[in-house]
Design a protein around this ligand. Structure first.
Ligand SMILES: *[C@@H]1O[C@H](CO)[C@@H](O)[C@H](O)[C@H]1NC(C)=O
Ligand SMILES: *[C@@H]1O[C@H](CO)[C@@H](O)[C@H](O)[C@H]1NC(C)=O
Ligand SMILES: *[C@@H]1O[C@H](CO)[C@@H](O)[C@H](O)[C@H]1NC(C)=O
Ligand SMILES: *[C@@H]1O[C@H](CO)[C@@H](O)[C@H](O)[C@H]1NC(C)=O
Ligand SMILES: *[C@@H]1O[C@H](CO)[C@@H](O)[C@H](O)[C@H]1NC(C)=O
Ligand SMILES: *[C@@H]1O[C@H](CO)[C@@H](O)[C@H](O)[C@H]1NC(C)=O
Ligand SMILES: *[C@@H]1O[C@H](CO)[C@@H](O)[C@H](O)[C@H]1NC(C)=O
Ligand SMILES: *[C@@H]1O[C@H](CO)[C@@H](O)[C@H](O)[C@H]1NC(C)=O
Ligand SMILES: *[C@@H]1O[C@H](CO)[C@@H](O)[C@H](O)[C@H]1NC(C)=O
Length: 439
C-alpha cells in the first residue's frame, strides 16, 4: 500500500509539473522593424479581449455594481462633486441615483463640533459613497443595491490641503435600495464603538441565507474598515436586528504593509499629499470576497502582497464569547504572496477569487483548488482598476480611474486625463455572478 501510494503521488506531481509552464502570453517579437536585432518584448497584454463599455467625463469613479437588467451603478467619493451615487444612462453620461435630492449638497458634507471637524451625521442622505454590491432577488428581498456610505468626505482648506473629517454616528451607513422600485427600503447606522470616528468603510459582501449560524436569520453583511489612521478590521451587520460588531481589528493580517512602495506604470509611488511630508500609502484591509459556500472570507490589505482567509464563523462569533477575538486570530490563514498589491476583489460562480492589480495593470485570480494565483487579463488601459462587478452576462466590469495621478496623492497636481472608463472582459469557463448566498 505504501509503495503504491508513493508511486501515485510521484505520478501526480510530475503530471502537475508537466501541465504547468510559464505563460508567454503578451511576449512578442516584431520582425518587421527593419532593425538588425530583433528583441522580444512585452506588449503589456494578455487574456480575453477588453471592451470599452463607458467613459467618465465629469466625475472620477470608485465603486461599481451591475444589475441583472444591465444597469450599471457607480460611486464617486467626494468633496466637491454634486453627487456621490449615480447610474450610467449612456456611453458618456451618468445621472444621480435614485435622485439628486438623496445626495447631500456639497456644503452640508462636513461640520464642526467643539472645534473638531466631523463628517455629516445625516442618516437619510448620501455623504460620500465608496462601495456598492448587488444581491439577487431572494424569497424575502427584491434584487437589492446595497450602498456603503463612509460618512467621511475629503475636504480642502484655503491652501488646497486635503483632510478627512472624523465620522459621526448616522453618517456611515449601509442603505438597501430595491432595484424593483428604485426606493430605499432599509438603512443601518453604527455606534461609535463599532464604527470608530477614524474608521473608513471600504467594501461589503452579503450572505442572505436564513440558516447562517450566529445571525437572526435575515442575513449578514461583512464590511471592510480600511482606516488609514491605523485601526482597520471587519465590521459585521446582522440585517435582521441591525446589531453590528467588529472582528480582527488591528490583526496583523489586516494592517497595511510597512513602508510599502508600489510601482504604477513602471514608476515607484510614494504618497505625496499636499501640505504633508512624502510618505507611504496607508490603507489597510481592502479587498474581500466570500467563497460560494459562504464558509470562507478571502481578504487582503491594499498595501501588501499577502492573501489571507478566515472561516466566516469566526467573523460571526460575538463578544459574548470571551474567546471570539482569539479564536478569530488563531484561525487566520496566510496563503502567501500574489506578486503585487491588490485593490478590490470579486468572485464568480466557479469559485475563483478575482483580485484587481493596479501595480500590474491586470486582474489576477486565486484558485482555491490549487492554492495559486493566476493571470486573468492585462491591458495598458487598466490604469488603476478600482472597483469590479460581475454581471449576470458573465463579464467582469472594471472601474478605471487613474487614482495615483489624483491631486490628493500627487502634491495637489491633477495629472489624470479624461475620460475615466468602465472596461469589461468575459470570464473563463462560463463563470458568471455568484448567487448561491442569495436564497
Ligand atoms: C500582444 O501579444 C499577444 C500574443 O501573445 C496578442 O494576442 C495581442 O493581441 C498583443 N496585443 C497587442 C496590444 O499588441
Ligand atoms: C521572428 O523571427 C524569429 C527568428 O527568426 C522567429 O522565430 C519568430 O517566429 C518570428 N516571429 C514572427 C512573429 O514572425
Ligand atoms: C512592428 O514594427 C513596425 C515598424 O516599426 C511597425 O510599423 C509595426 O506596427 C510593428 N508591429 C507590432 C505588432 O508591434
Ligand atoms: C447622454 O445622457 C446625457 C444625460 O442625460 C445627455 O445630456 C446626453 O445628451 C446623452 N448623450 C447621448 C449621446 O445620448
Ligand atoms: C438630511 O438630508 C436631507 C436631504 O438633503 C434633508 O432633506 C434632511 O433635512 C436632512 N436631515 C437633517 C437631520 O439635516
Ligand atoms: C468643512 O471643511 C472645510 C475645510 O476644512 C472648512 O473650511 C469648513 O469650515 C467646514 N465646514 C463646516 C461647516 O465646518
Ligand atoms: C419598494 O420595495 C420595497 C422592498 O420590497 C418595499 O418595502 C417598499 O414598500 C417599496 N416602495 C414603494 C414606494 O413601492
Ligand atoms: C442553508 O440553506 C441553504 C439554502 O438557503 C441550503 O442550500 C444549505 O444546505 C443550508 N445549510 C445548512 C447547514 O442547513
Ligand atoms: C478556530 O475557531 C474555533 C471557533 O470557531 C475554535 O474552536 C478553534 O479553537 C479555533 N482554532 C484555533 C486554532 O484556535
Amino acid at each position: 500500500m505504501l509503495l503504491h501510494s508513493c508511486v501515485a503521488a510521484i505520478t501526480l506531481a510530475s503530471a502537475a509539473l508537466a501541465q504547468e509552464h510559464i505563460s508567454t502570453a503578451g511576449l512578442i517579437q516584431n520582425n518587421s522593424t527593419g532593425a538588425s536585432t530583433r528583441l522580444r518584448y512585452d506588449n503589456g497584454t494578455y487574456g480575453p479581449e477588453i471592451e470599452e463599455v463607458h467613459y467618465y467625463y465629469d466625475q472620477w469613479p470608485i465603486g461599481i455594481s451591475v444589475a441583472s437588467d444591465g444597469r450599471i451603478f457607480t460611486t464617486y467619493t467626494r468633496g466637491s462633486y454634486v453627487y456621490t451615487l449615480g447610474v450610467v444612462v449612456n456611453k458618456t453620461a451618468e445621472v444621480p441615483y435614485p435622485s439628486a435630492a438623496l445626495n447631500l449638497p456639497p456644503d452640508e458634507l462636513n461640520t464642526t463640533w467643539h472645534g473638531i471637524p466631523f463628517g455629516s451625521g445625516n442618516a437619510s442622505a448620501f455623504i460620500s459613497v465608496q462601495a456598492l454590491y448587488i444581491t439577487s432577488k431572494t424569497s424575502t428581498r427584491p434584487e437589492t443595491l446595497w450602498v456603503l456610505d463612509t460618512g467621511r468626505p475629503t475636504v480642502h482648506n484655503a491652501q488646497g490641503d486635503p483632510s478627512m473629517p472624523y465620522a459621526q454616528p448616522g453618517g456611515p451607513k449601509v442603505v438597501a435600495i430595491s432595484l424593483a422600485n428604485d426606493t430605499i427600503y432599509q438603512t443601518f447606522t453604527f455606534p461609535a464603538s463599532v464604527h470608530y470616528p477614524d474608521s473608513y468603510f471600504n467594501d461589503l459582501r452579503f450572505d442572505l441565507r436564513a440558516n447562517v449560524s450566529g445571525t437572526s436569520g435575515h442575513g449578514i453583511a461583512y464590511l471592510v474598515d480600511s482606516s488609514n489612521e491605523g485601526r482597520p478590521g471587519f465590521i459585521m451587520l446582522d440585517l435582521g436586528t441591525g446589531e453590528s460588531w467588529r472582528r480582527l481589528s488591528e490583526d496583523p493580517s489586516v494592517l497595511r504593509g510597512a513602508e510599502n512602495v508600489p510601482v504604477y506604470q513602471g514608476h515607484p509611488f510614494y504618497f505625496r499629499q499636499k501640505g504633508s511630508a512624502a510618505g507611504w500609502q496607508l490603507e489597510g484591509l481592502d479587498g474581500i470576497q466570500l467563497t460560494t459556500d459562504g464558509k470562507t472570507m478571502y481578504y487582503s490589505p491594499l498595501s501588501s502582497s499577502y492573501l489571507y482567509s478566515i472561516p466566516t464563523v469566526n467573523l460571526r462569533e460575538r463578544d459574548t464569547n470571551p474567546l471570539a477575538e482569539i479564536n478569530a486570530h488563531a484561525n487566520v490563514s496566510n496563503h502567501g504572496q500574489r506578486g503585487g498589491d491588490a485593490n478590490g476583489f470579486e468572485g464568480d460562480s466557479n469559485g475563483l477569487i478575482y483580485q484587481l492589480m493596479p501595480t500590474q495593470n491586470a486582474v489576477f485570480y486565486y484558485d482555491v483548488t490549487d492554492g495559486q494565483t493566476h493571470p486573468f487579463v492585462r491591458d495598458p488601459r487598466i490604469v488603476w482598476p478600482d472597483g469590479a462587478s460581475i454581471g449576470a452576462d458573465g463579464y467582469i466590469y472594471l472601474n478605471i480611474n487613474q487614482l495615483p495621478y489624483q491631486p490628493d496623492w500627487n502634491n495637489g497636481i491633477d495629472l489624470r486625463q479624461h475620460p475615466g472608463a468602465i472596461l469589461r472582459a468575459k470570464l473563463p469557463n462560463g463563470g458568471t455572478k455568484a448567487t448561491s448566498l442569495y436564497t
